[in-house]
Design a protein around this ligand. Structure first.
Ligand SMILES: CSC[C@H]1O[C@@H](n2cnc3c(O)ncnc32)[C@H](O)[C@@H]1O
Ligand code: ZN
Length: 430
């Protein structure tokens, strides 16, 4: 057995308390062996002056959209997608998506994220990048039927199923999959009715954008006479283990339906604010017993992939939405970005205890903006930033040590991503 010992730090436990302790990891199984005093291992990792936290879990992303960061800002969802993003995405080739994914994974590792859920195109490229980078991911091909003829729509849905079948368990089990129809308005009901049952046979969850804007809610109510999540339930898309992104415009009946179904919500506050989509009723969801995770969405609507930024946004807007400063406290946000997201996307991580996957981040808290140390959970939610992350460990492997990423060549990724993004927008703007 080869072991890794993370020593001299303060460890955030599942109870939400912080204790001085070392963490001993079995690198062969990728599991935490023990949290306690004086634990020596084969490979040491210094955590003095630092907080050892569960790795952050980004519950909803389109990671290769890093290539479109800063390409189209300051528009609402519908026109942003139709006028700018979809035309640019039509120019993407598999190599572009590989590079964009590498850039996103680099950013994730450097900001303490160890797992994420992703909906995009060219999943084989994304899976290869995840395998190389060493993260954990739940991946899916985003299925869309609008603006396609029947044959193309069916082929897209078949790709969604094929990807879910082929990549579940890939990268030594670090990759799992889901069936991912883009949304309830961009995939026609006949395809949902036909293909969702096939996904159930693969035993994978269903993940989709839901109730993000009123422009998306109103047509469903007008056309089908029911709220979007009642419509989703009719299509078999509100089952235990399923997870929806956004959930901004939810009424009480939908909140109850989510809780009763065991379907989770991934809250994406930065994207919701930037696109002016609205405010997710996070406090209500938590009170109703819905599992809530946290996600960045893509870097074109955020505009970064830092879960620490997302945490601060979630706390701030959660209070505003509830008109209550005690709503969505730091402890709830930290739970959302770790265990909440992990549970929502169906991963057994997000907690530091013996037997849990060794997915963790080590945050330097001896910094001016993190001093004094009254409450390190408060610092995680309100004050820490991506640049404070010293080390990132996933599956017992050190992916970043002292801010040097070990699994990706940072200068090469930056150079290739810049070149690829420039060429992509040249083609899109032609
Ligand atoms: C079909 S792959 C995923 C698809 O989703 C688009 N997208 C990015 N951000 C959002 C969002 O906030 N709501 C809906 N769709 C979004 C992305 O550009 C891809 O086309
Ligand atoms: Zn999204």
């Amino acid at each position: 057995m080869t072991t890794l010992s993370i020593t001299g730090g303060r460890v955030l436990l599942p109870s939400g308390t912080v204790t001085n302790a070392d963490v001993l990891v079995d690198q062969d199984s990728g599991l935490i062996l023990e949290i306690g005093d004086d634990l020596a291992g084969d490979e040491p990792l210094d955590a003095s002056g630092s907080l050892v936290t569960p790795g952050f879990v980004n519950g909803h992303c389109h990671v290769a959209m890093t290539l479109l960061r800063g390409y189209a800002d300051d528009k609402p969802l519908e026109s942003w997608l139709r006028e700018d993003i979809w035309p640019a995405e039509a120019e993407l080739n598999p190599g572009d998506i590989r590079v964009g994914t590498e850039l996103g994974l680099l950013e994730m590792i450097k900001s303490g994220t160890t797992a994420f859920a992703d909906m995009y195109f060219e999943v084989p490229e994304i899976a290869a990048a995840v395998e190389q980078a060493g993260l954990r991911a739940r991946l899916g091909h985003g299925v869309i039927s609008v603006a396609k003829d029947d044959e193309a729509a069916r082929e897209d849905a078949r790709t969604g199923l094929e990807v879910a079948r082929e990549y579940d368990g890939a990268a030594d089990g670090r990759i799992s999959t889901a069936f991912m129809p883009h949304s309830l308005t961009t995939v026609d009901g006949e395809y949902l009715a036909e293909f969702v049952p096939e996904a159930r046979e693969l035993d994978v969850p269903v993940h989709y954008h839901a109730n993000e804007t009123t422009d998306e809610v109103d047509p469903i109510v007008d056309e089908h006479g029911v709220r979007p999540l009642a419509y989703a339930a009719e299509k078999g898309m509100l089952e235990p283990g399923d997870f929806v992104a956004h959930g901004v415009h939810l009424d009480e009946s939908e909140i109850t339906a989510l809780a009763e179904a065991g379907t989770s919500v991934i809250h994406c506050p930065a994207s919701n604010m930037k696109l002016a989509s609205g405010m997710t009723p996070v406090q209500r969801l938590l009170e109703a017993g819905v599992t809530v995770g946290l996600g960045t969405d893509g870097a074109a609507s955020n505009n970064d992939l830092s879960m620490l930024d997302e945490a601060r946004d979630a706390a701030m807007i959660g209070k505003l939405a509830a008109d209550d400063a005690s709503a969505v406290p730091a402890s709830a946000v930290v739970e959302m970005m770790t265990r909440g997201s992990a549970e929502a996307i169906g991963l057994d991580s997000g907690r530091l205890e013996a037997g849990a996957p060794a997915d963790l981040a080590v945050i330097d808290v001896d910094r001016p903006h993190l001093t004094p140390h009254h409450d390190l959970v408060s610092h995680l939610a309100y004050a820490a930033a991506a640049a404070d992350v010293r080390h990132t460990v996933c599956d017992g492997r050190v992916l970043m040590r002292d801010r040097e990423v070990k699994t990706l060549d940072e200068p090469s990724v930056l150079e290739r991503a810049s070149r690829t993004a420039a060429s992509l927008v040249d083609r899109a703007d032609d």
